[in-house]
Design a protein around this ligand. Sequence first.
Ligand SMILES: *Cc1c(COP(=O)(O)O)cnc(C)c1O
Length: 383
Amino acid sequence: MSEESKLKPATLLAHGGRRPEDDNGDVAPPIHPSTNYARGEDYGLINPAAGYSRDSNPGYPPVETLLARLEGGAEAMLLASGMAAAAAVVQALRPGDHIVAQKVMYWGVRDWLIGFCADWGLGLDLADAADPAALAGAVKPGRTKLIWIETPCNPTWDVVDIATAAEVAHKAGARLVVDSTVATPVHCRPMDYGADMVMHSATKALNGHGDAVAGLLVTARADEFWTRVRANRALGGAVLGPFEAWLLHRGLRTLHLRVERASANALAIARHFEGHGSLEAVLYPGLESHPGHATAKGQMRGGFGAMLSFQVKGGAAEALEVAGRCRLAVRATSLGGTESLIEHRASVEGANSPVPANLLRLSIGIEDVGDLIADLEQALNGI
Ligand SMILES: *Cc1c(COP(=O)(O)O)cnc(C)c1O
């Protein structure tokens, strides 16, 4: 976009980070299902970003440039899923390298890391990343190449001080990667605090409509490590389909509005239900009672995200009863959509889950907040 450097994120997003004249005049972004692209008489590619769709797709660059810009990074890369994004980073390490990851975080990444590192000769230590001394203590000087954190993190929404984690990583000569799926670039830019790479499950708020699985990596520097990560998409084959890239592009155009509304709703709900007679705790970083509130205030702006958890008085049975009584919040996994979701994580994660049995995870949507509060109220008051 022209004059791009002066424009605010909301403006860039509303235009999808592009101008109609970049294409054929299409006001809405076009979709490019072709797998391969013709060459000119000089055998040069007609569009350098269009050769073979495993390398790149003409639908990627506007989205990647937009998201790199929003995160304040040098380059971004779309991948087949959030997990593919995480795997592309970890598989760029070499046998014998060591990773420090967060003890409490999105279980899919944690469980995959535990299995993959054991099978492929990578060292792994899990630490309480909200405690800088524990994080520093888990680092193995000379061996640790990656510190992986998620903030706010599933499903307690603990907050990790990104600047402190970056300091620990850089002192050890390691990179800091931040899973910023929950914060979104609307609320937090981890690279402003020293992160080397940001990862998103673009399946969640970035797409925002629950209809495409996608992943994103943004790097602070296009260095040799990034080249290795890139190869894991182009040659490892973790590519995003053209239609999914297009859906993500479409969803991004309303990211700002959706995230602001959902976060405002989440804060209102957290405040309303804190101290409710049927609840043991409301976990939300926007509440002053949350242990990560001060850190969150320092590194997030404009809100604290759409994710919160209720700890119901009682155990699994009481929590499941509350979820069962919800008429508006949908009983389903995932997060960051337009509709609110409620999930009993312990049931989903199975026997080894560290999540308390009485915890219900809520992904707050963009509905009328009064309707949401009324629904949760009747669900809680019924038990
Ligand atoms: C969903 C999620 C992932 C995994 O992403 P997929 O797109 O499902 O592969 C990773 N981290 C967080 C925080 C998530 O919510």
